[in-house]
Design a binder for this molecule. Structure first.
Ligand code: F1P
Length: 344
């Protein structure tokens, strides 16, 4: 029996159940989220994490700013820890939102300690493992145990924490009406995973492809970065992520008939994004478009665009998993990596 990848496969396929549990956590924490949102007037919000959770922070910052109007940005935890003065100015009251699957990554813990000693605002944490150090550090700690996983490369943890950010953003902005609409995401996600499983398997098994690019803009850029990291961690493939229209400004030179470009298509700017994919096709590159409709993989969810972004994730994860398995690798144990980076 081939034991390779059994944890990763189970974690990818079980994400919709984990999302449902995350929504229950958010419902229970609803009042506390609104209390901290009114605790003081923050002038800036910084999201932070490492690797996958830094890319999550990139996606989170764009979404949080779009929904709340608060200036929001993302920084790797190591930057906040080692370069605090160039990371955030002392002039602004700051909300730091630290995201970590394990809650034990040294850089993230040190970044939070540095922030707290500078007394520049409040700390909110988002973690999966309840007994972790980070889960005890925040003014508010949002804990999503359904995202806990055994694999090194984050899949279920990432999408569950991302859904946590979607709920936090919606509740923070007082849009409870919108929040009540996102409880359809688990069933929509389950249907998509089932319907497109064979397509992603076929793409993943195409080892003729020797380089893979992920394109996404707005809140989808951070997700493109994360799917790029999955492709590297699980399948050891040369891959990169770019903002959609940036691809023409140099990286398009890398397109060959053995390239695959995966485009995370938005609704509001789809015409510009489809145009980039047309250019790539004209160069002989393979293209896979993912989005709400008129795409190779179409959600047809009927959900507000701001809530749909989580639906892009399982497809990129499944393609990376299948490619890893086709290459004879073990996606549960990526080359050179541990599930938590702890520094002495
Ligand atoms: C983050 C991390 C990532 C890495 C991999 C394992 O840990 O180490 O840096 O990309 O996904 O997880 P955490 O702080 O989210 O636990």
């Amino acid at each position: 029996m081939d034991e390779r990848g059994k944890f990763t496969r189970q974690e990818i396929l079980s994400q919709p159940e984990s999302w449902a549990s995350a929504l229950e956590v958010l419902n229970k924490q609803h009042v506390k989220i609104q209390e901290i949102s009114q605790k003081e007037k923050y002038e800036q919000v910084i999201f932070t994490g490492c690797g996958s959770t830094y890319y999550l922070s990139l996606a989170a910052a764009t979404l949080f700013q779009e929904m709340t109007g608060l200036p929001s940005r993302a920084l790797p935890a190591s930057e906040l820890w080692l370069y605090p003065r160039s990371s955030y100015c002392d002039c602004d009251r700051t909300l730091l939102i630290a995201i970590s699957r394990s809650g034990e990554t040294t850089e993230t813990l040190r970044a939070c300690d540095t922030f707290s000693t500078r007394d520049r605002g409040s700390l909110l944490t988002m973690v999966c493992f309840p007994d972790s150090q980070l889960a005890r550090k925040g003014t508010l700690n949002l804990i999503f145990p359904s995202g806990m996983e055994k694999s090194v490369a984050q899949t279920r943890a990432f999408s569950t924490l991302y859904l946590g950010v979607v709920g936090l953003s919606t509740l923070w902005s007082g849009r409870v009406d919108l929040f009540n609409k996102i409880d359809t995401l688990p069933s929509i996600g389950q249907g998509l995973i089932t319907n497109y499983h064979s397509m992603t398997e076929q793409i993943g098994k195409n080892l003729q492809l020797d380089r893979i690019f992920f394109l996404g803009s707005g809140a989808r850029y951070g997700l493109a970065c994360e799917l790029n990291l999955k492709m590297k961690e699980m399948s050891l493939t040369y891959s990169e992520a770019f903002h959609f229209l940036e691809f023409r400004h140099g990286p398009m030179s890398m397109v060959t008939s053995d390239s695959l470009i995966i485009g995370l298509i938005s609704e509001e700017n789809s015409s510009h994004e489809f145009s980039v994919l047309d250019d790539i096709r004209n160069l002989g590159g393979h293209v896979l478009s993912i989005g709400e409709s008129y795409t190779d993989i179409s959600f047809l969810s009927g959900v507000e665009e701001v809530f749909r972004n989580i639906l892009y994730l399982p497809f990129g994860q499944m393609i990376a998993y299948e490619r890893s398995m086709a290459k004879g690798l073990n996606p549960d144990h990526p080359n050179n990596l541990d599930s938590v980076v702890k520094l002495s």
